[in-house]
Design a protein around this ligand. Sequence first.
Ligand code: GLP
Length: 240
Amino acid sequence: MNFIVCNNYEEISKKAAEIIAELVKSKPDCVLGLATGSTPVGTYKELISKNKSGEISFARAVSYNLDEYYPISPDNDQSYRYFMNANLFSHIDIPMENTHLLNGEAEDPDAECRAYDEAIKNAGGIDIQILGIGRNGHIAFNEPDKELIAPTHKTGLTEDTIDANSRFFASADLVPRYALTMGMGSIFAAKKIILLANGASKAQAIGELRSDKITTSNPSTLLKLHPDVTIICDKEAYGE
Ligand code: GLP
């Protein structure tokens, strides 16, 4: 694992966008693994400006997002589909049909999850996976537990995550209790992973990631087993 410790959020966003832009330039038909949450928003803004200035084009790129609430309609402004359209897809030249998210309204969530893993495989696998991190160390919606699940699957959200994510909803009651998420195995199949973290609320999770231990009670610690992971964080999240 390689740590890049930045002075502030802006620096994190610029650094992450540079790495993604390099990939898009060298492989225009790349497969991007994208994340939601507030952390990658700055990176997406940088990518939008690189696209608008003509530095990079997403015209041949394909994307797969990590997760989606369940059940939720794509028109709900708290859905991750809505978030991705609003914060990235509507502002860049990626064809909408090249963007993929798990269907939060799938009648058969298990079949939806299996088909999603299959589609990623058929697309050639994810070239670069962007990750945020929950304050409890969750990755996508792989929550701390005794066991983690490798493939894409339906999962319940922990109280901590419901509480953390309730800031985006009118009240905590409205946060969906379930999600469809890429599993640790699906995430690990990515050729390269960049994890972004900022602020003191992530310091404990990142501290565990910096230690030598691997534990399912902090799913992010499994990233120590992946051969190409870069963590881009600020000093607060790094614990300095
Ligand atoms: C959600 C998402 C995660 C994300 C996390 C952190 O729970 N499922 O993919 O990493 O929130 O979000 P934020 O970046 O807003 O702290």
